[in-house]
Design a protein around this ligand. Structure first.
Ligand code: ZN
Ligand code: ZN
Length: 327
């Protein structure tokens, strides 16, 4: 099979020919049709997330069809269309797994980080962590739902029942979650890189009530904000934008250092928190909601061998919506 391989951090991926992997008793073999590109992939390539499996096949937003099943796999027949997310395995025994917080499992293994992922023609995945893809979504449009959608949804859920919500960074996650927020009757305020008028136009086109630069204050105080961009200086900016009792959620897995800030912008019961990974319940909930809205993803397609170009485009902010590799 063809695969794009990361052999060491800070090196371009290399197109290689590898044997098709064999599923173990709990795994399914998947013929990959699409794999969306995530900012986390960039953090791994750039060495900001340390100790990946090496060499590694990146990619944790995989859509494909089952081609073979291990002997203990249940309810996953050959030909079924499945999605593989970031959460690839948990221990089922640690205190987090035993308290419905498997996203924090001490022994979690993540797809495209500890386990080979979707920048390839085939992959194997533990069937207990795969999702059914809702009918009506073509493969390419479904792929970004699996991280930009799922983990974005977990961050969105942490903001509670809010009326006015701000999104800092208007990429794959924000362009998906704005559709859910508007569907639920919320007002959305989109913050982009300074001067990104195209991104701001894209946000307004998807229903943002206001769009502006991330160093601007919104026209009125927000109830909550989600920071999708990996930029620490957005934390004090977002705290300044939320009203008393407001919540600021950091949704990314990596962020540059947060500059010091005066206590008064946290005072009055503002809450600052992060969100890590996903639980399978987040996935089931979100993939049930997505077709009800219905959420439509804006995808920029790249061939598998163009994975480096896709990563570069994401790094330089050239992707409107989500980048997706097809095989
Ligand atoms: Zn565990
Ligand atoms: Zn991701």
């Amino acid at each position: 099979m063809r695969a794009m391989l990361l052999e060491a951090p800070r090196q371009p991926l290399r197109l290689v020919d590898l044997p098709v992997p064999k599923p173990n008793p709990e795994q399914v073999l998947i013929r990959i049709h699409a794999c969306a590109v995530c900012r986390t992939d960039l953090h791994i390539v750039d060495g900001e997330l340390t100790h990946p499996k090496l060499p590694l096949i990146l990619g944790h937003q995989i859509v494909g069809t089952v081609e073979a099943v291990g002997e203990r796999v249940k309810n996953f027949n050959v030909g079924k269309r499945v999605g593989v997310p970031w959460l690839g395995h948990t221990c089922d025994r640690c205190r987090y797994c035993l308290s419905h917080r498997e996203n924090l499992c001490d022994y979690a293994e993540f797809t495209g980080y500890h386990l080979d992922g979707g920048y390839a023609e085939y992959t194997v995945a533990d069937y207990r962590y795969c999702f059914e893809i809702p009918a009506g979504y073509p493969d390419m449009q479904a792929a970004p739902l699996l991280c930009g959608g799922l983990i974005g949804y977990r961050a969105y859920r942490m903001t509670g029942d809010t009326e006015k919500i701000g999104f800092y960074g208007f990429g794959s996650s924000a362009h998906i979650l704005i559709q859910l927020a508007r569907y639920q009757g919320r007002q959305v305020f989109a913050f982009t890189r300074s001067g990104d008028t195209q991104g701001q136009e894209f946000a307004r086109h998807l229903g943002a009530n206001w769009a502006g630069d991330s160093d601007e204050l919104p026209p009125e105080p927000l109830d909550a904000a989600i920071i999708f961009a990996p930029v620490g200086k957005l934390v004090p900016a977002a705290l300044r934008a939320v009203a008393k009792g407001g919540v600021v959620v950091c949704a990314g897995i990596h962020m540059s250092d947060i500059p010091s800030f005066p206590y008064e912008i946290l005072w009055e019961e503002r809450v600052l928190r992060s969100v890590a990974n996903l639980t399978r319940q987040d996935g089931e909930e979100f993939l049930t909601l997505a077709p009800q809205v219905p959420i439509r993803t804006e995808v920029n397609l790249f061939g598998l061998s163009e994975a480096n170009e896709a990563l570069d485009a994401l790094r330089s902010g050239k992707i409107e919506g989500s980048a997706v590799l097809f095989t």
